[in-house]
Design a binder for this molecule. Structure first.
Ligand code: ZN
Length: 344
Protein backbone atom coordinates (compact mmCIF):
# COMPACT_ATOMS: atom_id res chain seq x y z
CA UNK A 1 0.00 0.00 0.00
CA UNK A 2 1.09 3.57 -0.60
CA UNK A 3 2.21 5.61 2.40
CA UNK A 4 3.59 9.08 2.96
CA UNK A 5 6.98 8.42 4.54
CA UNK A 6 9.38 10.79 6.22
CA UNK A 7 12.74 9.28 5.23
CA UNK A 8 14.81 11.76 7.16
CA UNK A 9 14.67 15.44 8.02
CA UNK A 10 13.40 17.44 5.03
CA UNK A 11 12.75 14.40 2.85
CA UNK A 12 9.27 12.92 2.36
CA UNK A 13 8.36 10.40 -0.32
CA UNK A 14 5.53 8.10 -1.34
CA UNK A 15 6.59 4.56 -0.67
CA UNK A 16 5.14 1.12 -0.59
CA UNK A 17 4.41 0.24 3.04
CA UNK A 18 5.20 -3.43 3.27
CA UNK A 19 5.48 -3.96 7.02
CA UNK A 20 3.30 -6.81 8.24
CA UNK A 21 0.93 -5.58 10.94
CA UNK A 22 -0.30 -8.13 13.44
CA UNK A 23 -4.10 -8.37 13.67
CA UNK A 24 -5.39 -9.62 17.02
CA UNK A 25 -9.01 -10.49 17.90
CA UNK A 26 -9.21 -7.07 19.63
CA UNK A 27 -8.12 -5.09 16.57
CA UNK A 28 -9.88 -3.50 13.61
CA UNK A 29 -8.61 -2.82 10.11
CA UNK A 30 -9.42 0.67 8.85
CA UNK A 31 -9.38 2.21 5.38
CA UNK A 32 -8.17 5.74 6.10
CA UNK A 33 -10.38 8.56 4.74
CA UNK A 34 -9.19 11.97 5.97
CA UNK A 35 -5.98 12.93 7.76
CA UNK A 36 -5.30 16.38 9.20
CA UNK A 37 -1.77 17.73 9.05
CA UNK A 38 -0.57 18.63 12.52
CA UNK A 39 2.19 20.94 13.72
CA UNK A 40 4.03 17.87 15.00
CA UNK A 41 4.10 16.29 11.49
CA UNK A 42 5.61 19.52 10.19
CA UNK A 43 8.08 19.67 13.04
CA UNK A 44 9.39 16.16 12.35
CA UNK A 45 9.52 17.00 8.64
CA UNK A 46 11.49 20.22 9.06
CA UNK A 47 13.52 19.54 12.20
CA UNK A 48 13.70 15.73 12.40
CA UNK A 49 12.87 15.75 16.08
CA UNK A 50 10.66 17.05 18.87
CA UNK A 51 12.59 17.07 22.14
CA UNK A 52 13.84 13.56 22.81
CA UNK A 53 11.80 12.04 19.96
CA UNK A 54 14.19 11.82 17.02
CA UNK A 55 13.44 10.46 13.54
CA UNK A 56 16.13 7.80 13.20
CA UNK A 57 14.49 5.61 10.59
CA UNK A 58 11.78 6.16 7.96
CA UNK A 59 8.38 6.88 9.52
CA UNK A 60 4.87 7.22 8.08
CA UNK A 61 3.41 10.62 9.03
CA UNK A 62 -0.09 11.53 10.24
CA UNK A 63 -2.10 10.98 13.42
CA UNK A 64 -5.38 12.93 13.05
CA UNK A 65 -7.56 10.54 11.13
CA UNK A 66 -10.94 9.09 10.31
CA UNK A 67 -11.82 6.06 8.22
CA UNK A 68 -14.14 3.17 7.52
CA UNK A 69 -13.83 -0.31 9.00
CA UNK A 70 -12.84 -3.08 6.62
CA UNK A 71 -12.60 -5.87 9.18
CA UNK A 72 -13.08 -6.35 12.91
CA UNK A 73 -11.42 -8.89 15.21
CA UNK A 74 -13.43 -11.78 16.64
CA UNK A 75 -13.61 -10.28 20.14
CA UNK A 76 -14.77 -6.82 18.97
CA UNK A 77 -18.40 -6.29 19.95
CA UNK A 78 -19.06 -2.55 19.61
CA UNK A 79 -17.99 -2.10 15.97
CA UNK A 80 -18.63 -3.82 12.65
CA UNK A 81 -17.25 -3.70 9.12
CA UNK A 82 -18.58 -0.63 7.29
CA UNK A 83 -18.72 1.56 10.40
CA UNK A 84 -17.38 5.09 9.97
CA UNK A 85 -14.87 5.81 12.71
CA UNK A 86 -12.16 8.05 14.08
CA UNK A 87 -9.16 6.81 15.98
CA UNK A 88 -7.27 7.84 19.08
CA UNK A 89 -3.62 7.72 18.01
CA UNK A 90 -1.95 6.93 21.35
CA UNK A 91 -1.95 3.33 22.54
CA UNK A 92 -0.70 2.71 26.10
CA UNK A 93 0.47 -0.62 27.42
CA UNK A 94 -2.54 -2.13 29.16
CA UNK A 95 -0.71 -3.21 32.30
CA UNK A 96 1.49 -0.21 33.02
CA UNK A 97 1.08 1.54 36.41
CA UNK A 98 -0.05 4.78 34.72
CA UNK A 99 -2.64 2.97 32.62
CA UNK A 100 -3.92 1.07 35.65
CA UNK A 101 -4.13 4.37 37.54
CA UNK A 102 -6.39 5.74 34.80
CA UNK A 103 -3.67 8.04 33.42
CA UNK A 104 -3.06 6.19 30.19
CA UNK A 105 -1.84 9.25 28.28
CA UNK A 106 1.06 9.47 30.74
CA UNK A 107 2.23 5.88 30.26
CA UNK A 108 5.92 6.34 29.36
CA UNK A 109 5.60 3.43 26.92
CA UNK A 110 2.59 4.87 25.04
CA UNK A 111 2.86 4.28 21.29
CA UNK A 112 1.57 7.33 19.45
CA UNK A 113 1.15 7.49 15.67
CA UNK A 114 3.88 9.41 13.86
CA UNK A 115 5.95 9.86 17.00
CA UNK A 116 9.27 8.07 16.43
CA UNK A 117 9.64 5.17 16.08
CA UNK A 118 5.88 4.54 15.61
CA UNK A 119 4.40 4.79 12.11
CA UNK A 120 1.51 7.16 11.53
CA UNK A 121 -1.65 6.72 9.49
CA UNK A 122 -1.07 8.52 6.18
CA UNK A 123 -1.46 5.24 4.29
CA UNK A 124 -4.27 3.29 2.76
CA UNK A 125 -5.09 1.04 5.72
CA UNK A 126 -4.15 0.75 9.38
CA UNK A 127 -4.64 -1.94 12.02
CA UNK A 128 -5.70 -0.39 15.34
CA UNK A 129 -7.07 -1.57 18.72
CA UNK A 130 -10.87 -1.45 18.72
CA UNK A 131 -10.75 0.12 22.20
CA UNK A 132 -9.19 3.24 20.67
CA UNK A 133 -11.53 3.32 17.66
CA UNK A 134 -14.77 5.33 17.91
CA UNK A 135 -17.87 5.14 15.77
CA UNK A 136 -18.94 8.43 14.18
CA UNK A 137 -22.63 9.37 14.41
CA UNK A 138 -24.33 9.74 11.03
CA UNK A 139 -24.23 13.53 11.16
CA UNK A 140 -20.47 13.69 11.79
CA UNK A 141 -18.43 13.71 8.57
CA UNK A 142 -15.07 12.07 7.96
CA UNK A 143 -13.34 15.45 7.98
CA UNK A 144 -14.95 16.32 11.31
CA UNK A 145 -13.90 12.88 12.52
CA UNK A 146 -10.30 13.73 11.69
CA UNK A 147 -10.66 16.93 13.73
CA UNK A 148 -11.64 14.99 16.86
CA UNK A 149 -7.93 14.50 17.69
CA UNK A 150 -7.06 18.19 18.06
CA UNK A 151 -10.52 18.90 19.49
CA UNK A 152 -9.85 16.34 22.23
CA UNK A 153 -7.00 18.57 23.42
CA UNK A 154 -9.35 21.55 23.62
CA UNK A 155 -12.02 19.62 25.52
CA UNK A 156 -9.40 18.17 27.85
CA UNK A 157 -7.96 21.65 28.50
CA UNK A 158 -11.39 23.03 29.35
CA UNK A 159 -12.04 20.03 31.58
CA UNK A 160 -8.70 20.49 33.35
CA UNK A 161 -9.49 24.17 34.01
CA UNK A 162 -12.64 23.21 36.00
CA UNK A 163 -14.54 26.08 34.41
CA UNK A 164 -17.28 27.72 36.49
CA UNK A 165 -20.34 29.20 34.77
CA UNK A 166 -19.56 32.76 33.69
CA UNK A 167 -15.77 32.49 33.87
CA UNK A 168 -13.67 34.68 31.62
CA UNK A 169 -10.76 33.02 29.85
CA UNK A 170 -7.80 34.21 27.84
CA UNK A 171 -6.34 31.92 25.17
CA UNK A 172 -2.89 32.59 23.73
CA UNK A 173 -2.40 31.33 20.18
CA UNK A 174 -4.99 31.16 17.37
CA UNK A 175 -3.76 27.97 15.74
CA UNK A 176 -6.00 24.90 15.62
CA UNK A 177 -5.36 24.07 19.27
CA UNK A 178 -5.95 27.61 20.53
CA UNK A 179 -9.20 27.87 18.60
CA UNK A 180 -10.58 24.48 19.69
CA UNK A 181 -9.63 25.40 23.26
CA UNK A 182 -11.52 28.71 22.99
CA UNK A 183 -14.55 26.87 21.56
CA UNK A 184 -14.39 24.22 24.28
CA UNK A 185 -14.05 26.84 27.03
CA UNK A 186 -17.17 28.63 25.78
CA UNK A 187 -19.07 25.37 25.45
CA UNK A 188 -18.02 24.47 29.01
CA UNK A 189 -19.51 27.60 30.54
CA UNK A 190 -17.20 30.56 30.00
CA UNK A 191 -19.13 33.75 29.25
CA UNK A 192 -16.32 35.37 27.28
CA UNK A 193 -13.08 34.06 25.84
CA UNK A 194 -10.37 36.41 24.67
CA UNK A 195 -8.30 34.83 21.88
CA UNK A 196 -5.04 36.54 21.09
CA UNK A 197 -2.42 36.11 18.38
CA UNK A 198 -0.36 38.32 16.11
CA UNK A 199 -1.60 36.69 12.90
CA UNK A 200 -4.47 38.87 11.72
CA UNK A 201 -5.80 36.48 9.08
CA UNK A 202 -6.32 33.67 11.58
CA UNK A 203 -8.21 36.00 13.89
CA UNK A 204 -10.37 37.12 10.95
CA UNK A 205 -11.27 33.49 10.22
CA UNK A 206 -12.32 33.09 13.85
CA UNK A 207 -14.36 36.30 13.80
CA UNK A 208 -16.11 35.29 10.59
CA UNK A 209 -17.03 31.78 11.70
CA UNK A 210 -17.41 31.56 15.45
CA UNK A 211 -19.30 33.10 18.36
CA UNK A 212 -19.10 36.82 19.17
CA UNK A 213 -18.25 35.73 22.69
CA UNK A 214 -14.78 34.92 21.39
CA UNK A 215 -13.08 38.30 21.45
CA UNK A 216 -10.16 38.34 19.02
CA UNK A 217 -7.21 40.53 19.90
CA UNK A 218 -4.26 41.11 17.60
CA UNK A 219 -1.71 41.92 20.30
CA UNK A 220 0.65 43.41 17.71
CA UNK A 221 -1.94 46.08 16.96
CA UNK A 222 -4.02 46.56 20.10
CA UNK A 223 -3.42 46.49 23.81
CA UNK A 224 -4.23 43.13 25.35
CA UNK A 225 -4.01 44.77 28.79
CA UNK A 226 -6.84 47.14 27.88
CA UNK A 227 -9.08 44.37 26.57
CA UNK A 228 -8.46 42.18 29.61
CA UNK A 229 -9.09 44.98 32.12
CA UNK A 230 -12.26 46.08 30.32
CA UNK A 231 -13.70 42.55 30.65
CA UNK A 232 -12.23 41.45 33.96
CA UNK A 233 -11.01 44.21 36.28
CA UNK A 234 -8.90 41.91 38.49
CA UNK A 235 -7.81 39.71 35.60
CA UNK A 236 -9.24 36.66 33.86
CA UNK A 237 -10.20 33.50 35.73
CA UNK A 238 -8.28 31.21 33.38
CA UNK A 239 -5.39 31.48 30.98
CA UNK A 240 -4.95 28.78 28.34
CA UNK A 241 -1.41 28.95 26.99
CA UNK A 242 -1.54 27.44 23.49
CA UNK A 243 1.19 29.42 21.76
CA UNK A 244 4.32 27.78 23.15
CA UNK A 245 5.90 31.23 22.99
CA UNK A 246 8.59 31.82 25.64
CA UNK A 247 7.57 35.50 25.79
CA UNK A 248 3.98 34.52 26.64
CA UNK A 249 5.10 31.95 29.20
CA UNK A 250 7.20 34.65 30.85
CA UNK A 251 4.34 37.15 31.10
CA UNK A 252 0.87 35.56 31.17
CA UNK A 253 0.54 35.66 34.98
CA UNK A 254 -0.16 39.42 34.88
CA UNK A 255 -3.46 38.78 33.08
CA UNK A 256 -4.80 36.39 35.72
CA UNK A 257 -6.91 37.35 38.72
CA UNK A 258 -5.65 36.33 42.17
CA UNK A 259 -5.97 32.55 42.55
CA UNK A 260 -6.63 32.18 38.82
CA UNK A 261 -5.77 29.02 36.86
CA UNK A 262 -3.41 28.58 33.97
CA UNK A 263 -3.57 25.55 31.67
CA UNK A 264 -0.29 24.94 29.87
CA UNK A 265 -0.90 23.42 26.44
CA UNK A 266 1.78 24.81 24.08
CA UNK A 267 5.29 23.48 24.24
CA UNK A 268 8.12 25.99 24.03
CA UNK A 269 11.02 24.91 21.79
CA UNK A 270 13.43 25.12 24.76
CA UNK A 271 13.11 25.66 28.53
CA UNK A 272 11.36 29.01 29.00
CA UNK A 273 11.82 31.49 31.88
CA UNK A 274 8.86 31.85 34.22
CA UNK A 275 8.33 34.41 37.02
CA UNK A 276 7.53 32.16 39.96
CA UNK A 277 7.24 35.00 42.46
CA UNK A 278 4.59 36.77 40.37
CA UNK A 279 2.63 33.50 40.36
CA UNK A 280 3.13 33.05 44.12
CA UNK A 281 1.82 36.52 44.95
CA UNK A 282 -1.44 35.62 43.26
CA UNK A 283 -1.49 31.94 44.27
CA UNK A 284 -1.86 31.04 40.62
CA UNK A 285 -2.64 27.38 39.91
CA UNK A 286 -0.55 26.04 37.07
CA UNK A 287 -2.15 23.01 35.41
CA UNK A 288 -0.17 21.02 32.86
CA UNK A 289 -1.73 18.79 30.27
CA UNK A 290 -0.18 16.24 27.95
CA UNK A 291 -2.34 15.25 24.96
CA UNK A 292 -5.62 13.95 26.54
CA UNK A 293 -7.32 10.90 27.97
CA UNK A 294 -10.91 9.66 27.72
CA UNK A 295 -11.94 12.69 25.65
CA UNK A 296 -12.90 11.16 22.29
CA UNK A 297 -16.47 10.16 23.20
CA UNK A 298 -17.13 13.63 24.64
CA UNK A 299 -15.61 15.46 21.67
CA UNK A 300 -17.62 13.34 19.20
CA UNK A 301 -20.86 13.99 21.09
CA UNK A 302 -20.18 17.73 21.16
CA UNK A 303 -19.67 17.81 17.38
CA UNK A 304 -22.74 15.67 16.78
CA UNK A 305 -24.98 17.81 18.99
CA UNK A 306 -23.83 21.01 17.31
CA UNK A 307 -22.31 22.30 20.56
CA UNK A 308 -18.94 22.50 18.85
CA UNK A 309 -18.79 23.48 15.19
CA UNK A 310 -15.30 22.61 14.03
CA UNK A 311 -15.83 22.42 10.30
CA UNK A 312 -14.66 26.05 9.61
CA UNK A 313 -11.24 25.12 10.96
CA UNK A 314 -10.48 23.26 7.73
CA UNK A 315 -9.15 25.90 5.36
CA UNK A 316 -7.41 23.74 2.75
CA UNK A 317 -7.85 20.30 1.16
CA UNK A 318 -5.37 18.17 -0.75
CA UNK A 319 -5.79 14.75 -2.34
CA UNK A 320 -3.48 12.02 -1.10
CA UNK A 321 -1.52 12.08 -4.38
CA UNK A 322 -0.65 15.68 -3.51
CA UNK A 323 0.24 14.97 0.12
CA UNK A 324 3.85 16.10 -0.34
CA UNK A 325 2.55 19.39 -1.73
CA UNK A 326 0.21 19.60 1.24
CA UNK A 327 3.09 19.15 3.67
CA UNK A 328 5.21 21.75 1.88
CA UNK A 329 2.28 24.14 1.80
CA UNK A 330 1.54 23.70 5.50
CA UNK A 331 5.24 23.99 6.38
CA UNK A 332 5.32 27.56 5.03
CA UNK A 333 2.74 28.44 7.72
CA UNK A 334 0.45 30.40 5.37
CA UNK A 335 -1.40 33.15 7.20
CA UNK A 336 -4.80 31.96 5.98
CA UNK A 337 -4.32 28.27 6.82
CA UNK A 338 -5.65 26.72 9.98
CA UNK A 339 -6.16 23.00 9.34
CA UNK A 340 -4.87 21.43 6.13
CA UNK A 341 -6.72 18.18 5.38
CA UNK A 342 -5.47 15.33 3.20
CA UNK A 343 -8.18 13.18 1.60
CA UNK A 344 -7.09 9.62 1.06
ZN1 ZN B 1 -2.15 16.70 16.14
Amino acid sequence: MQALVLKERDKIVFEDFAEQESFTPDDVRIAIKDVGICGSDLHYYKHGRIGDYVVERPMVLGHEASGVLLEVGSRVKHLKAGDRVCMEPGIPSPGSPSTLAGLYNLDPAVRFWATPPVHGCMRETVVHPAAFTFKLPENVSYEEGALVEPLAIGVYSANTATIQPGDTALVFGAGTIGIVTALSALASGCSKVILTDIKERKLQIVKANFSDNIICVNSAKESLDDVVSSLASEGVDIVFEASGSPAVIGSFVRYLRPNGRAVMIGMPPAPAPFDLVAAQWKEIKILNIFRYRNMYPRAIKMISSGTLKVRPLITHYFDFVDAIKAMDFAATMPADAIKVMVRM
